[in-house]
Design a protein around this ligand. Sequence first.
Ligand code: C2E
Ligand code: MG
Ligand code: MG
Ligand code: MG
Length: 290
Amino acid sequence: EAKKAGRGEQRVFNDAMNAAAKDGLVIDGALRGAIAAGEFYLVYQAITNSHTGKLTKVEALLRWNSSLLGPVSPDRFIPVAEDSGIIIELGTWVLEQACRQMGTWKQSVLDDVTISINVSAWQLADPGFVELVSQALIRNRLAPHQLELELTERVLIEDAANVQAVLAQLRALGVGISLDDFGTGYSSLSYLTQFHLNTLKIDRAFVMDIEHSERSNNLVHAIIAMGHSLGLQLVAEGVETAGQAAILEKMGCHYLQGYHIARPISPDDLLRFADLRVGQAPAPYSDYAI
Ligand code: C2E
Ligand code: MG
Ligand code: MG
Ligand code: MG
């Protein structure tokens, strides 16, 4: 009987594995040609000064509306795109698209924001990456400091020596480098001094509990203190309540990002959001959410 049950479990397990693999294969298949078919677009999420409420940065987030699968979340398709290598082409599209959007915001209320884009390890390992970034800036007439690249801790360990060299070149160019999801990855503190970073983004997992868990509260406090002493800018991710925003401001976290500030939205909606934020100092934390 036990043996039978065991086999049953085994089968369930295999089915789940097959489903997952098939899922990956289906996504992989659908990804091919999706760029050319115009199935991708970017949404933009505001990052505001915790003290004044001023819109300072905007993170570009990729969206895929597949003709075969419908909307697929980046958490599902980015890993598949990384496995197949399509991420190189996709990442290049994101870079160009975000820079072009930024170019259209010249002379608008969004003129002096910084645009942040997410970059995968594969892209950074590509020998032409620095040139690609520099060409995108030139083509769209952007100053290098208007662009920031978000990397995860995983990127840093993949090929540390090469990554360090590439980041040094990007910083020399004037592009900002931000460490995304800080605290969730391999978190070697030596990264913080070894690599040419200027911003730390504190992961949502810690921000989430800051009001109710003393442990999370202490942890975020410690990250902020460490960031300050290393001369890094700090962004809190996933800020969902006014209480979290107030605590983070008091702790000296420079910037806030999350649904409490704004959801990822279209360029038009972002312009409207920015209009509301002009000359607001200090701003009440309005619930701009859609
Ligand atoms: P990320 O870079 O850490 O982006 C933040 C994620 O948190 C986004 O999810 C955003 O929509 C979500 N978020 C923001 N504020 C809140 C909040 O208050 N509460 C909650 N629950 N979530 C919040 P999204 O857009 O689904 O992206 C997921 C991840 O996919 C990103 O995490 C990033 O790692 C990756 N990704 C997105 N776009 C790109 C891209 O163009 N290239 C690459 N390589 N990766 C991307
Ligand atoms: Mg990010
Ligand atoms: Mg993040
Ligand atoms: Mg993330």
